[in-house]
Design a protein. Structure first.
Length: 259
């Protein structure tokens, strides 16, 4: 069983446990969520923003180690740190993509059910129709890191494929700091009030019989940006190892071990 499958099973099990606890307590869990979730989310959001600001200087670590490695050689400890960090971030991206790959199957099944309901039985379910949007959004947003890992994002490439390994490493390095990080920071800053406002009111569907989890769906937007920053960091660490004449981890290999 893949790590992503384990993660998905744990999430489903936790959800079922909450539903069971809510039923056993006569709706006490749901009442607590309605009364306290916004405040807890606000505290967690502020904490995560602060944590991001504190850790953001670490994004410069690959550049520092690159200068060090080019001037006096990369120390073994620095090489191990870059390698382990790359493998860990690769594993996070792969685990999430393994989990959300099931959303593609669910998306097909739900779409077929919606079409049959509407055109065969003349009936429709708003929740099912909106679940198509949820599945589609989460599938692409949460698999963005793994897509970057495997070079699957749409790109116009007339030069990169013809470069040497060193040339590709330099391109990845500058691309991360000059394009990827600024874009992701822009997404994070512009979506903060958008997502925060949704959590303050626990935004739900505009339809009375729709899904009540719009606030959770919107959270995938900053999560998408964070996943790209982390996977881009791994890409940059891999580039530094290459530029310093060290062997870089093969993309995706450590994360594909089965449990």
């Amino acid at each position: 069983m893949r790590s992503g499958d384990v993660l998905l099973v744990l999430i489903v099990a936790a959800s079922l446990a909450l539903i069971a606890a809510d039923g056993a307590t006569g709706g006490a869990v749901q009442a607590w969520i309605a009364a306290n979730l916004s405040a807890v989310a606000a505290w967690a959001g502020d904490f995560l923003v602060l944590l991001g600001l504190v850790l953001s200087p670490l994004l410069a670590l690959p550049l520092i180690l690159l200068i060090w490695g080019r001037v006096s050689g990369l120390p073994p400890l620095a090489e191990r740190v870059l390698t382990r960090t790359t493998q860990m971030l690769d594993a996070i991206s792969e685990t999430l993509s393994d989990a959300v790959r099931w959303f593609a199957l669910a998306l097909v099944i739900v779409t077929v059910v919606v079409v049959i309901q509407r055109y065969v039985f003349g009936n429709s379910s708003t929740k099912l129709q909106e679940s198509v949007i949820y599945l589609h959004s989460l599938l692409f947003l949460l698999s963005a890191g793994a897509t970057l890992l495997h070079g699957g994002h749409v790109r116009v490439d007339v030069i990169y494929s013809k470069l040497s390994d060193q040339g590709k490493a330099w391109t990845d390095l500058f691309g991360y700091y000059l394009a990827l990080v600024p874009m992701c920071v822009l997404i994070l800053t512009t979506s903060r009030s958008y997502v925060g406002g949704a959590w303050r009111v626990l935004e739900s569907s505009r339809e009375s019989d729709g899904l009540p989890l719009v606030f959770a769906l919107k959270t995938a937007i900053p999560l998408f940006a964070v996943l790209l920053i982390l996977q881009g960091f791994a890409m940059t660490a891999r580039a530094v190892l290459t530029l310093c004449g060290r062997e870089a981890p093969v993309p995706g290999e450590p994360a594909r071990r089965e449990l």
